[in-house]
Design a protein around this ligand. Structure first.
Ligand code: PMP
Ligand code: GLN
Length: 388
C-alpha cells in the first residue's frame, strides 16, 4: 500500500523528542534531550489528584473545563499580571498547551492563510499549521551578543495580506530568550496595524532567571482583545504528563477555539484539573523554589558544557541551553546528536529540526537542565570526552 498518511502531514514523521528519548532508553544514555523534569511536582498537589479520583470525579467534566480550574486560572491571571478574564466564557481548559495551539490554529486560520512563527520553533506549530492547510512563515531568531533575537525589518517584511496570526512563544523554546517589552511592542504594533491575532505560547511563564520577568502579550496596550493566551501546568508544576493547559482570550476567540476543541477531545481529564486548580491557588511558593533551583541548574550545566568545549548561549528562561558545537570541531548537530550516545552516553536535541532554514541552526544543539544535579554532573563528565 502506498503511504496512507495525508500528504500535508508526510513531512512530519516521528517527533525529535520521541526519537531522542527512545535513543536514550535504547542506549542507556543520560537524557538531556526531551524537556521533562526528573523530580515530581508539589506533593500536596499530587495528592489532590489522587483524592479527586477517589472521590469520584471520574466522569466527563464540562467542555470548557471544571469551574474550579477556570476560576483559579482567572484569579492567577489577575493576581500575577493584572489581567481580568471571566472564568465563564474567557477561559477554556485544554489537553495541554499542545491541544490549545492546535485548536487555536485550526479555529482561526483558513486554508492558505499564513501564520508567522519565530524559528527555531516548537515542533507542534508547523504540524498544527499544516493540519489547518495554512502556511508557516518563519522569522529567524539569531544570536546577537549571546541572546537570540529577531530583526524587526525581517518581521515586518514577513507580513503579507494573507497573514492571519503571529505565534509568539516567550519564554522561548528552544533558545531560552524571554522577549523584552520592546520586542513584544514591535510585534504588538504589527498585530494592530495589520489586524493579526497573537497566539501566545506562555508555557514557561514562571521559569525565568536573573530577575527577568515574563511579560504576557495581552498586557500590552490594545493586545488583550486580539491575543489568545496559552499556558499549561506541565512546566509550571513539573507534571508534563498531566497534559492540562488553558486558553485565556476574549469570548469570541474562546468560542472559536472551543468549537474546534470540543471535536478534538471534547473535554480535558477531570481529576488533574481539580489538582491544578489547587496548585495555582496554593503552590506558587513551590514554583518560586523551582525557578530558583532551575537557575542554579542552568549555571551548573552551562559551566560544565563550556568546560567540555561547547560555546554556550545563556538562556533567560525555559529549561534549555543552546550550544554551538563548532568549537569542538563538529558542524552538524543532527549528526552529532545521533552519535552522542556512542561518543559520550548523552542524548541532546539537534536545534536544526526546528527551522524552515535548517542551515541557520545546523551548528546548534539543545541541552535540558531540568535534571538532578548529579545527573547534570555525570552528563558533563561524559561530555568532556568529546574534546579529549
Ligand atoms: N509549547 C512549548 C514551547 C513547549 O515547550 C511545550 C512542551 N511542554 C508545549 C508547548 C506543550 O505543552 P503541553 O505539554 O502542555 O502540551
Ligand atoms: N516541550 C518538551 C521539549 O521541548 C517536549 C515536548 C514533547 O515531547 N513533545 O523538549
Amino acid at each position: 500500500m502506498s503511504d496512507p498518511l495525508v500528504s500535508r502531514m508526510r513531512q512530519f514523521g516521528t517527533t525529535i523528542f520521541a526519537e531522542m528519548s527512545a535513543l536514550a532508553v535504547r542506549t542507556g544514555s543520560i537524557n538531556l534531550g526531551q524537556g521533562f523534569p526528573d523530580t515530581d511536582g508539589p506533593p500536596a498537589m499530587l495528592e489532590r489528584a489522587v483524592e479527586a479520583i477517589r472521590s469520584g470525579a471520574n466522569q466527563y467534566p464540562p467542555g470548557p473545563g471544571v469551574p474550579e480550574l477556570r476560576q483559579a486560572v482567572a484569579e492567577h491571571r489577575r493576581r500575577h499580571y493584572d489581567l481580568a478574564y471571566d472564568p465563564d466564557g474567557e477561559v477554556l481548559v485544554t489537553v495541554g498547551a499542545t491541544e490549545a495551539i492546535a485548536a487555536s490554529v485550526l479555529a482561526l486560520c483558513e486554508p492558505g492563510d499564513e501564520v508567522i512563527a519565530f524559528e527555531p520553533y516548537y515542533d507542534s506549530y508547523a504540524a498544527s499549521i499544516a493540519l489547518a492547510g495554512a502556511r508557516l512563515v518563519a522569522v529567524t531568531l539569531r544570536p546577537v551578543q549571546g541572546r537570540f533575537t529577531f530583526d524587526p525589518d525581517e518581521l515586518r517584511a514577513a507580513v503579507t495580506p494573507r497573514t492571519r496570526a503571529i505565534l509568539v512563544n516567550s519564554p522561548h523554546n528552544p533558545t531560552g530568550t524571554v522577549f523584552t517589552a520592546e520586542e513584544l511592542g514591535l510585534i504588538a504594533e504589527l498585530c494592530q496595524e495589520r489586524d493579526l491575532v497573537a497566539i501566545t505560547d506562555e508555557v514557561y511563564e514562571h521559569l525565568t532567571f536573573d530577575g527577568v520577568e515574563h511579560i504576557p502579550m495581552a498586557t500590552l496596550p490594545g493586545m488583550r482583545e486580539r491575543t489568545v493566551m496559552i499556558a499549561s501546568a506541565g512546566k509550571t508544576f513539573s507534571v508534563t504528563g498531566w497534559k492540562t493547559g488553558w486558553v485565556c482570550a476574549p469570548p469570541e476567540l474562546v468560542r472559536a477555539v472551543q468549537t474546534v476543541k470540543q471535536f478534538l477531545t471534547f473535554t480535558a481529564n477531570g481529576p488533574w484539573q481539580l489538582a491544578v486548580a489547587y496548585g495555582l491557588r496554593e503552590e506558587l511558593d513551590w514554583v518560586a523554589d523551582l525557578r530558583a533551583g532551575l537557575e542554579g541548574k542552568r549555571d551548573r550545566l552551562m559551566s560544565g558544557l563550556a568546560a567540555a568545549g561547547f560555546e554556550v548561549l545563556k538562556p533567560a528562561g525555559t529549561y534549555f541551553v543552546q550550544t554551538d558545537i563548532r568549537p569542538l570541531g563538529f558542524t552538524d548537530g543532527l549528526e552529532l546528536t545521533r552519535r552522542l550516545p556512542e561518543l559520550a552516553g548523552v542524548v541532546a536535541i539537534p536545534t536544526q529540526v526546528f527551522y524552515d532554514h535548517p542551515d541557520r541552526g545546523r551548528h546548534f544543539v539543545r541541552f535540558a537542565f531540568c535534571k538532578k544535579d548529579e545527573v547534570i554532573d555525570e552528563a558533563v563528565t561524559r561530555l568532556k570526552r568529546l574534546g579529549a
